[in-house]
Design a protein around this ligand. Structure first.
Ligand SMILES: [Zn+2]
Length: 177
């Protein structure tokens, strides 16, 4: 076989594989969207459940402007020390740290199980009360809120919540019960 032809076939196979992967991931995401609509995220990952509106440091909704980028999660207003509850059944994949320069800011990465398989939730600005590998149920306490206003004066105290379905980032707001 001529090298040019071989290269073209290889490229074609690679592109087809990538497209198939992309399509299957979108399909999985659609299935998960339906499943989450039927069996929703805990209606209050925190009490009271209030979204962060706009303050001098930014707005709390998904997709809000963040300098050159976009806000990847949803900000839920919470005072320091308030209990945070797991929105899903799952396991604690790992503890998470939003800032490489200051590990006092913490969070968790939760992977869904059962009805929530394929769902992942990342929450920042909480002092975790759970540890890596721990099994959690929807509604279990997972930690206490930190006050990000201590790092960014003027920012409303909140926790930051990111939702991924089959690895695809989505707006969490429609999925709360
Ligand atoms: Zn946020």
């Amino acid at each position: 076989m001529r090298p040019a032809l071989f290269g073209a076939i290889t490229a074609l196979i690679l592109i087809t594989t990538l497209v198939m992967f992309w399509i299957s991931r979108r399909k999985k995401k659609e299935k998960l969207e339906k499943a989450l609509m039927a069996n929703r995220l805990m209606n209050r990952p925190s009490f009271p459940y209030l979204l962060r509106k706009c303050d001098p440091k930014g707005c709390g909704h998904f997709g809000a402007s963040r300098g050159s980028g976009k806000h990847k999660g949803l900000d839920i207003k919470l005072a320091k020390g308030q209990e945070v509850f797991s929105p899903i059944d799952g396991i604690v994949k790992r503890l998470a740290f939003p800032y490489g320069d200051d590990y006092s800011w913490k969070g968790v990465l939760l992977l869904g199980t059962g009805h929530f398989k394929g769902v992942s939730v990342k929450i920042f600005y909480l002092e975790p009360s759970v540890s890596k590998g721990q099994t959690i149920r929807k509604g279990d306490p997972i930690g206490k809120a930190q006050d990000i206003g201590e790092r960014y004066p003027g920012a409303t105290p909140h926790i930051h919540l990111e939702l991924r379905l089959a690895g695809i980032l989505v707006d969490p707001e429609p999925y709360f019960g």
